[in-house]
Design a protein around this ligand. Structure first.
Ligand SMILES: Cc1cc2nc3c(=O)[nH]c(=O)nc-3n(C[C@H](O)[C@H](O)[C@H](O)COP(=O)(O)OP(=O)(O)OC[C@H]3O[C@@H](n4cnc5c(N)ncnc54)[C@H](O)[C@@H]3O)c2cc1C
Length: 469
């Protein structure tokens, strides 16, 4: 593609998306032709920094693109997220320069896709239990094992695969991330899954049998473990999710408001009903929350080369964005009611497609527990002061208007059961996002009134639930 400015490219992409994904009621998943034409517009160039030939100035460049694409099509936004966040970004940042330049050149001059394979048939949460192995062989390593649920299974040509080093016939704890092209001999897609949603994105089980991986394809050569690289990759990718959610929630909010103004019940449009206005306000709130997060994390990621220790921030934005998108889709389908309960309706599809965001990139339950445990590990126990100190690390401040009941509940004297830790984790995560919303609202003068109301509601309801766990 010729060198064009970021703005020209963004305009071309938006025009293309408008043409193909504006229809609310005839919303079909993208097909191969639409995808190829879209890829020719170079959407991944914003993930590639200018010195490498792309048009990415900073994180805001690709986050804005992700937000726009997801406004029009959630599966296309996720396709971009998989290839951009989980493949191109770690390659740009961590791959040896020869390998990096070769792969990036393909993304600059062609229309390939990429992805990451961590999860195995035995599970995704326990990355120390992975069974896929790398053993030394002449001139490199041999990869053996099975992976499942890799987004774009069988379709993406470029993969990063997580595997443990094998030594003396035993799996070690040393985790490695290796580049493996799909064309390598010994790779076979064993099964394609009949996934519940996200239809155009293929999922399945891929098997690796004695696949030769040159040492130069290891993202951490020289026998170093890749845990930090893996965390940095996953943490950045989790921070990119709110851009996808921001686009979707904005669309759901706008479409719902437009629908509510034209749908008539008992002689008046439904947006006259107080309950409908309440839902519309929450939908605006979810869009505002995720827009604020998208802006905040862009600046944060640019200012911090290593985010692998930022558990509380990362967990908070991933938990709140994936939770709010599901609540938003649920509320929107309620407003559209029967008319959206169709496979070809944008809102009906969003309702199904949103669910796995709470599962992939770290099951939310596990992240919530981790948030609590990290605070206890750092500050001895969870208190409002400990949360304040953690917030200051991100240059954020404890909201000044939290009710006394919430502050009292946050003075946790005993570690308690896991369900309590998870619930406290959620309250902390909502508070982190509430403080981030206040910061962006004041700093960038974006509306946050609805976002404030909705975050307060969830902080209050999570706190009230503590008594009944
Ligand atoms: C649509 C979709 C796309 C995906 N894309 C990819 C991809 O591109 N690449 C990839 O590698 N993987 C991908 N995955 C897999 C995903 O990352 C895993 O599903 C996820 O990590 C959870 O693993 P699991 O499904 O094996 O659940 P498990 O690990 O079996 O966990 C099941 C549940 O048990 C509970 N649980 C587990 N551990 C704990 C704990 N320590 N404390 C408390 N509760 C716990 C939680 O409720 C958890 O949700 C995708 C999955 C889906 C559905």
């Amino acid at each position: 593609m010729d060198v064009i400015t970021e703005i020209e490219q963004a305009n071309a992409i938006e025009k293309y998306l408008q043409k193909h994904f504006s229809d609310l009621e005839r919303c079909s998943p993208y097909n191969e032709n639409i995808l190829q034409e879209f890829l020719k517009l170079g959407p991944f160039h914003s993930f590639i920094p200018r010195p490498l030939g792309g048009c990415g100035e900073n994180s805001a460049s690709y986050l804005k693109t992700l937000e726009t694409v997801s406004y029009y099509s959630l599966p296309l936004g996720l396709t971009m997220g998989i290839t951009g966040s989980l493949f191109i970004m770690p390659i740009v940042k961590h791959a040896p320069s020869d390998l990096r330049n070769r792969i990036i050149s393909e993304f600059l001059h062609g229309t390939p896709l990429g992805g990451i394979m961590i999860t195995e048939p035995t599970g995704g949460t326990d990355i120390f239990g992975l069974q896929t192995s790398l053993s030394a062989t002449q001139g490199g390593m041999l990869l053996n094992g099975a992976k499942c649920w890799g987004g774009l299974t069988g379709k993406a040509q470029h993969w990063l695969v997580a595997a443990r080093k094998m030594q003396d016939g035993k799996l070690t704890r040393s985790l490695n991330l290796v580049y493996v092209p799909l064309s390598s001999p010994g790779i076979k897609v064993h099964t394609y899954f009949d996934a519940l949603g996200l239809q155009p994105i293929p999922y399945g089980e891929t098997r690796y049998s004695n696949v030769v991986v040159p040492e130069e394809h290891n993202l951490t050569p020289g026998g170093k473990g890749a845990l930090r690289v893996l965390y940095d990759t996953l943490f950045r990718s989790r921070m990119n999710i709110p851009a996808i959610v921001s686009g979707l929630c904005k669309r759901l909010s706008e479409e719902s408001a437009a629908w509510a103004s034209r749908r008539t019940v008992f002689g008046q449009s439904i947006d006259h009903y107080d309950q409908v206005q309440f839902r519309l306000s929450a939908l605006r709130g979810f869009a505002q929350i995720n827009h604020c997060i998208r802006r905040f994390v862009g600046t944060w990621m640019d200012g911090h080369d290593d985010v692998s220790g930022d558990y509380v921030l990362v967990n908070s934005v991933k938990f709140v964005s994936s939770t709010t998108m599901a609540i938003a889709a649920d509320s929107a389908i309620h407003l559209f009611a029967a008319s959206a309960y169709k496979r070809n309706h944008l809102v009906g599809r969003a309702y199904v497609d949103c669910r796995p965001f709470q599962i992939f990139e770290g099951s939310n339950d596990v992240l919530d527990d981790n948030t609590f445990s990290v605070l206890v590990g750092r500050y001895g126990r969870v208190t409002p002061e400990a949360i304040s100190q953690e917030l200051e690390k991100f240059r954020l401040h404890m909201p000044s208007d939290l009710p006394k009941g919430v502050l009292d509940a946050l003075d946790v004297r005993e570690e308690g059961s896991q369900r309590q830790r998870v619930q406290y984790g959620r309250i902390i995560e909502w508070i982190v996002v509430r403080s981030l919303v206040e910061y962006i609202g004041a700093d960038q003068k974006v509306p946050v009134e609805d976002a404030r109301r909705v975050t307060n509601r969830y902080i209050a309801s999570c706190t009230a639930e503590l008594a009944y766990l």
